[in-house]
Design a binder for this molecule. Structure first.
Ligand SMILES: Cc1cc2nc3c(=O)[nH]c(=O)nc-3n(C[C@H](O)[C@H](O)[C@H](O)COP(=O)(O)OP(=O)(O)OC[C@H]3O[C@@H](n4cnc5c(N)ncnc54)[C@H](O)[C@@H]3O)c2cc1C
Length: 367
């Protein structure tokens, strides 16, 4: 079986690779997923935060439209994954609360309410609530000028979502190989720690390591890692909107616990959690004091794949027949991953895909 040719090889079983595999199976293609780690969820996708947050609704453009479309169909796509896998992802479209600190930010928020009406249509809404709208969850004094509430944002549990997706694609017939590190990629063939594998199309979805696999093909390393840290606190909060405050998400998970995060570290000495996470927890408690009573049950860090152009890095690799990138998920992999998978299959099967030019591989080269 290891030597059999498949239509597609997906390198990496993170959120981009798993949704790409699922999209390929939906097109009737045979799929092999090669994952270096002994199990899925060892990369950036194995975390605990899982905010599915839209861009702000003003200055609308194709990037915002792409993400908006991704978020509005995600609920149905996740429901099918849960049904087929029998596993919960923890997904709910909870909405989001953003505290307003002063009158200026309140005025801007009120203008955004109109922008949301114009650009989100009937799919979701934005409104400004009083400071004490969620007094047990978001401290009123932490939102002195009110709270922006939108109904487009959702959340899921990242690691649980990967497990559900992996089970769904496995049941749909994908060949899964773990402990299988891809060391070189060429048209029609990948070299691995366990021999060669062949396929008509190869999708590089190896997260931060994907940039290194791509480098020999494009003559440069087109992205880097940015570390993030988060914590899970063992407090159960009713199904509430997630909070985005002071640059942090506070997410009450369906499966229990509240996740808080994350740091954004361009420079770091270790990929493990460190003292910077204590500051994250302290800032989260300042917004939601109930968290102060909770124990920290998980400290987690991951390396986000950030492409040089900052946007996702998708589609055909220039000059490399049959090789495609699903990289640069950076901070929004879970929000856009399902749409990324479908768009990649458009590119692979139909030879063209509808995506912003800034998402294309070439847009990230020579920067
Ligand atoms: C602290 C933190 C908080 C975050 N919060 C959010 C959030 O709230 N919302 C959101 O949408 N995103 C969030 N992100 C970002 C999100 O986690 C990433 O965008 C996403 O997980 C990247 O997915 P990926 O599939 O590209 O990469 P990964 O998940 O890293 O997957 C790549 C896979 O490829 C495998 N691999 C690597 N090299 C090889 C090889 N040579 N051969 C075979 N396999 C290989 C790895 O083992 C890994 O399993 C957060 C990230 C962090 C770190």
């Amino acid at each position: 079986m290891a030597g059999d040719k498949t239509d597609i090889i997906v390198v990496g079983a993170g959120i981009f690779g798993l949704w790409t595999a699922r999209a390929a199976l939906a097109r009737g293609l045979s799929v092999r997923i090669l994952e270096a780690a002994p199990e899925i969820g060892r990369g950036a996708s194995g975390g605990i935060v899982g905010a599915l947050a839209p861009h702000m609704p003003e200055r609308w453009g194709e990037k915002k439209q792409f993400q908006f479309e991704a978020l509005t169909v995600l609920g149905d796509a996740i429901a099918k994954v849960e049904q087929e896998s029998g596993l919960s992802t923890g997904y709910t479209r909870t909405g989001r609360l953003v505290p307003l600190m002063n009158e200026k930010s309140r005025d801007r928020a009120l203008a955004r309410v109109d922008d949301a009406r114009e650009n989100w249509g009937d799919a979701a809404m934005m409104q400004v609530l009083p400071s004490d709208a969620y007094p047990d969850w978001l401290l009123p004094s932490a939102a002195p000028a009110g709270i922006v509430h939108d109904t487009l944002t959702g959340r899921l549990h990242p690691a649980a979502t990967c497990h559900a997706l992996a089970e769904a694609v496995r049941r749909a017939g994908a060949i899964f190989e773990v402990n299988c590190t891809v060391t070189d990629v060429q048209s029609g063939r990948v070299e691995t720690s366990d021999g060669d594998r062949v396929a008509d199309a190869i999708v590089l979805a190896a997260g931060v390591d994907g940039f290194g696999l791509l480098a020999p093909l494009v003559g440069e390393t087109p992205g880097r890692a940015e570390k993030g840290q988060a914590a899970l606190l063992d407090i159960d909060v009713a199904d509430v909107p997630l909070i985005y405050a002071d640059g942090l998400y506070l997410i009450a998970h369906k499966h229990g616990g509240v996740a808080v995060g994350a740091t954004s570290e361009k420079v770091f000495e270790t990929s493990a959690p460190d003292a910077l996470l204590d500051d994250v927890i302290r800032r989260a408690i300042a917004v939601s004091p109930r968290l102060a009573q909770a124990q920290v049950v998980q400290r987690w860090a991951g390396l986000r794949p950030r492409a040089n152009g900052r946007d996702p890095m998708l589609g055909a690799v220039p000059g490399a027949q049959g090789i495609f990138a699903a990289l640069g998920a950076f901070k929004i992999g879970f929000g856009i991953g399902e749409k990324v998978g479908r768009v990649l299959l458009d590119e692979i099967v139909d030879g063209k895909a509808d995506m912003p030019d800034s998402f294309r591989v070439a847009a990230h080269l020579g920067l």
